[in-house]
Design a protein around this ligand. Sequence first.
Ligand code: 7TS
Length: 414
Amino acid sequence: MYTVNFPGLANQYRADFPILSQNINGHPLVYLDNAASTQRPTAVIEELARYYREDHANVHRGLHTLSNRATALFEKARASVARYLNAKQAESIVFTRGTTEGINLVAESWGTQNLRRGDLVVLTEMEHHANLIPWQIAARKTGAILRFLPIQGDTGEIEWNELEELCRQGNVRMIALTHISNSLGCINPIKYVCQTAKKYGAVTLIDAAQSAGHAPLDVEDIGCDFLAFSSHKSCGPTGIGVLYGRKELLDSMEPYQTGGEMIVSVDWNEAKWKPAPHRFEAGTPHIAGAVGLAKALEYLESIGRHRIEESDHFFGLAAAERLRELPKMRLLGPAADRAGIVSFQLGSIHAHDLVAFADQYGIALRGGHHCNQPLMRKLGLMSSARASFYFYNTEAEIDRLVSVLRDAAKYFGE
Ligand code: 7TS
């Protein structure tokens, strides 16, 4: 029926996610809010408990056994993340609170130290607020100018050769873009963007919030300077994330937060920083989070990121195909190459009403502007509803979604 085959990963892996086997409002939970946050497998939940039960102390400061053990685990987690991203060295990995903090770090540290009046920062019109507002602030502080690669309409397609035209103007200093759009589900050609940037001497930042847990990512192959992601969208704990940065670039940047553990020496009036990554990790980090994230990445590797990517592709296309059967359905995102994220507007039903209706039947969707206010405005929408899938979802859950949306259309008179 579909152009891609159902990968069937749920048969093998759904049982690893205890939260999914519950009823919500008297119906089996259908969790389709994975773009907001994925769920955690038992392996990660148990690793967090094990860490607190057996190994916890503060890192990098104690000389006692537990502190050494916690430090070793924390630094081992950094090395695991480096391997996951194919970063050349663990020192390129900064632990943050999440994608948002990673981008803020770059915009504040790299941005305010390197951008000059009239420099261009190039973004796309589909950026999450987390990859927009930090650049607005950096631009305000430095006099740099933001430019946006426009999307062509509901499909979210971008004329990528416009990037080269912009770069030819000569003063593009930063290109920051999302790999996968959290509302349109399109997959952007980040390798091409980074190659183009390099030709013109611009620095690149990839927002990998929606891709790190979903597809193979190789920072060497992509050729990016920075890449940020969140653990909680990749089967790991909340409150921890990763900023990858080219080591020499990180070492050239001043920290934007200061305090304990990021220094070499401190005097009354001045201090000297450690090299990266520790200069960017002031204060006690989320140690358990890093340990849990390493376990989550190990779990994703055991499934195989290519298989997860295939599964997302199936769900994106299959859900779009089935949702199109509904009358008055306006689907966002590309027709072909798409991730497992499908946003839509059904007739004139407000997305919040639709989400509340679906929740009565145990279906978890998201409705709103998805932290893409300017994008929604450009599309002439106040909001949209969104179903986002992961490898533990099933084909039957698409049927359930379509059936409940059909009932919603009737109920709201569409
Ligand atoms: N960038 C993108 C593309 C995202 O989708 C999100 C979160 C972020 C950045 C921020 O990530 P955080 O972990 O720092 O919050 N996106 C969503 C979403 O689509 N629904 O809830 C959060």
